[in-house]
Design a protein. Structure first.
Length: 426
């Protein structure tokens, strides 16, 4: 919820910090997302050396500390710096979650596990403004951060009590160390022991995502597509309050309710996606295969991704002509539904495409473009709407979304040939 919970209070933040730039006011919200993009690139590789558990605990503690810093900020510089640093820490559990699921979950159930896990990053930015609108109206914008600190602190304590190490190499090395002590045999070595130094492991982990991104055209194009859709969603997150307050007279408290359209769409999409995924697995097993070929993951994207453009057209033109407020919210339902079926199939396809050895690096590259877009595309929102209006402004975004529609179709047809040419050398 942290990226957007303060969004309904942005006007109060602008007044308190004397912000005169629209760009700076937007960055006050979206710079957290840049932290989510960059922080895990540096911090997540530490889990390959020291295990997942210490990284989880350290990032949880750091997140709460910088969230409190945001609440206590006395000027815009402090506020933006604390927002960025809290994003760096807050993004780490999101990046490590996929690895933990891979540690714990059999392949047959991993699709459902990843879908449920993704509900947090997808619906949290929707739930945040809903709660934040009422908190800002009742207690002021600083209390949105105190609420996050309380919730984050509670999650951190629960993690401290419940979580256990799951990284296979760390667990096996602990067992090996115990056996060395018990048998007095200093020559015992773990089968999964690192053959490289710590600095080499960390350096490789930092370089691999960029290497994958530029080596594989499939990864690059899908990451750009996912980045565009994610950026559009964050552009909407940062402009909903101004659109509905200006066009429909919503208050600060009730403006948070307009985010429900996106949230409801994504919650509805989960059981539909799971049903389709189960049918795909059943069909593959009936054909004697362990699972569907990777490109079949793109079918759902091909079927449902046009919903994003449809929703943008409905949202933009209904807001332009002051149709009843429920109409643009219905448009956001289409946007959220289509966005889910871009983000989830792309993630599962990349996992299947690069396998267990390369999936983490491929997803890191995908997340990097996704969150960079979520940081900077919203900066264009106010100027775009001022120049083109809500109708043509959102239509422009819709046409950009439509421009990427051929890519999953081409990858579905030729992806097997293309990945054979491009992934073997990675």
């Amino acid at each position: 919820m942290a990226p957007t919970m303060c969004a309904p209070g942005i006007n109060d933040i602008v007044i308190d910090f004397n912000i005169t730039s629209e760009t700076l006011s937007t960055l006050a919200i979206t710079l957290y997302v840049l932290g989510i993009a960059l922080g895990p690139m540096v911090l997540s590789p530490l889990s390959e050396v020291y295990g997942r558990l210490p990284v989880y605990h350290a990032s949880n503690l750091t997140f709460v500390a910088f969230i409190i810093g945001s609440a206590l900020s006395t000027n815009v510089t402090q506020f933006i710096v604390f927002r960025f640093l809290s994003g760096c820490a807050g993004g780490v559990p999101m990046a490590l979650g996929g690895g933990s699921i891979a540690d714990l979950t059999p392949l047959a159930h991993r699709g459902l596990a990843m879908t449920l896990f993704s509900l947090g990053p997808l619906t949290g930015p929707v739930l945040g403004p809903l709660v934040g609108g009422f908190v800002v109206a009742g207690k002021g914008w600083r209390w949105t951060f105190w609420v996050l600190a309380v919730v984050g602190g509670g999650a951190g304590v629960a993690a401290l009590l419940i979580l256990r190490e799951t990284h296979p190499r760390i667990l096996l090395e602990r067992k090996t160390a115990r056996l060395r002590a018990e048998t007095c045999n200093p020559h015992l070595r773990s089968k999964l022991a690192l053959s490289s130094t710590t600095s080499q492991v960390l350096g490789t982990a930092l370089i691999r995502p960029a290497t994958f991104l530029f080596w594989s055209p499939i990864l690059l194009v899908l990451s750009l597509y996912v980045g565009l859709i994610f950026g559009i969603m964050y552009l909407l997150f940062t402009t909903f309050s101004s659109v509905f307050e200006a066009q429909y007279g919503f208050t600060t408290a009730t403006s948070g309710l307009v985010y429900l359209g996106l949230g409801v769409a994504m919650v509805v999409a989960v059981p539909i996606f799971n049903t389709l995924n189960t049918r795909m697995m059943t069909r593959a097993k009936a054909q004697g295969q362990p699972g569907p070929r990777p490109e079949e993951r793109l079918l759902h994207m091909i079927w449902f991704s046009p919903s994003v453009a449809v929703g943008l057209f409905i949202y933009g033109w209904s807001a332009e002509y002051h149709a009843h407020w429920i109409v643009p919210i219905i448009g956001t339902v289409f946007i959220g539904y289509g966005a889910f079926f871009v983000l989830m199939p792309a993630q599962l396809y990349l996992v299947n495409l690069f396998g267990s050895e390369g999936a983490a690096s491929a997803l890191s590259a995908n997340l990097l473009l996704r969150y960079i877009s979520g940081t900077f595309l919203p900066l264009a929102g106010p100027r775009m709407y001022a120049t083109l209006g809500y109708g043509w402004g959102n239509s422009l975004l819709g046409f950009l979304a439509l421009a990427f529609l051929p890519s999953p179709v081409l990858f579905y047809k030729y992806g097997e040939w293309l990945r054979a040419k491009t992934t073997t050398g990675i």
